[in-house]
Ligand binder design. Structure first.
Ligand code: FES
Length: 145
């Protein structure tokens, strides 16, 4: 049902954790499944130099957050905007249809973190829309064990 890449990123997720003094933090959740994703970005000179995440959710949510943070590192802000859920799914060699919404959460989390960065710096990022599904930033994400 899952590709090898999805299984790999689920079993060995990259970039798990937090970034202290992150340039932007985005927290999104899906009310239906209850899954929550939090993404931290470090941005310098218009470039995403680091990305980390914490996800309390299903395996596909973990795998897509892992891949999304891998894809965004080293990208300019404009390039980062092109990381859609489709791009994340392609990088993972696909997801079952029932799990597509998990990849949407990853895209929304990246956008929410970019939005937060823009707000903190009083700038407008062309093409970036205010995230719909954001949850309050201080929302605690329970640790998965
Ligand atoms: Fe909701 Fe995967 S089941 S994010």
């Amino acid at each position: 049902m899952y590709s090898e890449k999805v299984m790999d990123h689920f079993m060995n997720p990259r970039n798990v954790g937090e970034i202290e003094n992150a340039s932007g933090v985005g927290t999104v959740g899906n009310a239906k499944c209850g899954d929550i994703m939090k993404v931290y970005l470090k941005i310098e000179n218009d470039m995403v130099i680091d990305a980390k995440f914490k996800t309390f959710g299903c395996g596909a949510a973990v795998a897509t957050s892992s891949m999304a943070t891998e894809l965004i590192k080293g990208k300019t802000i404009q390039e980062a905007l092109k990381i859609t859920n489709k791009a994340v799914m392609e990088a993972l060699d696909g997801l079952p249809p029932i799990k597509v919404h998990c990849s949407c959460l990853a895209e929304e989390a990246l956008h929410a973190a970019l939005w937060d960065y823009a707000e903190k710096n009083g700038i407008t990022i062309e093409g970036l829309e205010k995230p719909k599904a954001d949850i309050h930033e201080d929302e605690e994400i329970p640790e998965e064990d």
